[in-house]
Design a binder for this molecule. Structure first.
Ligand SMILES: [Ca+2]
Ligand SMILES: [Ca+2]
Length: 189
């Protein structure tokens, strides 16, 4: 073996070792990536205790009963907002996740307090009127007996049972109108 050949052999071994080293690093990075992906997935599905996960969001069914205004604030205090229901899938989730049996009433993040008759979710989205979920002749903007509440009914309630989701309007801030509510928040917080 002349010197040139020896040099060539040495260089070849060196490169082979480097390649091995690179492969090892790549395997380690790959394993690390898998771990991080797993952690991220766990984090993004995570909801605080007492909240239920659905499609990137967490939902909280309150047990205490408050006015709509107090309920809205209660959700903000918990890092969320009064629930905004934007799809039939979300309605179905609420129907099957509702604690307790039978039909129950919950405040939701829907109001026509700004312009009478124009129903908007708390994120500013207009309520889609098709299909129509208002029950009976709701929303009727009832003003109470003998016009006791000239401001009318400006806050929405969902009547939830295992197989129905119906809406009605009610007084936002009336002591006699205290109901449970549902909060929503982004998952993974
Ligand atoms: Ca109204
Ligand atoms: Ca009403």
């Amino acid at each position: 073996m002349d010197e040139r050949e020896r040099n060539y052999q040495t260089e070849k071994e060196k490169l082979a070792n480097e390649l091995k080293e690179i492969n090892r690093s790549m395997e380690q990075l790959q394993a690390e990536k898998e771990n991080l992906t797993k952690t991220l997935k766990m984090k993004s599905d995570h909801c605080a205790q007492g909240w239920k996960f659905f499609s990137g969001k967490c939902y909280y069914f309150s047990t205490d009963e408050e006015t709509w205004n107090a309920s809205r604030n209660a959700c903000v205090d918990k890092g969320g907002y009064l629930v905004i229901v934007t799809s039939p899938m979300e309605q179905d989730f609420l129907k099957r996740s509702k604690p307790g049996s039978g039909s129950e009433f919950y405040w939701i993040g829907l109001t026509d307090a700004v312009v009478e008759g124009e129903w908007h979710w708390l994120d500013g989205t207009k309520l889609s009127q098709t299909p129509r979920y208002w029950t009976g002749n709701e929303p009727d903007d009832w003003k109470g007996d003998q016009n006791a509440h000239p401001e009318g009914e400006d806050c929405a309630v969902m009547e939830l049972s295992s197989d129905s989701y119906l809406l009605l309007d009610a007084f936002c801030n009336e002591e006699s109108k205290k109901l449970k509510h549902v909060c929503e928040a982004k998952a993974g917080m």
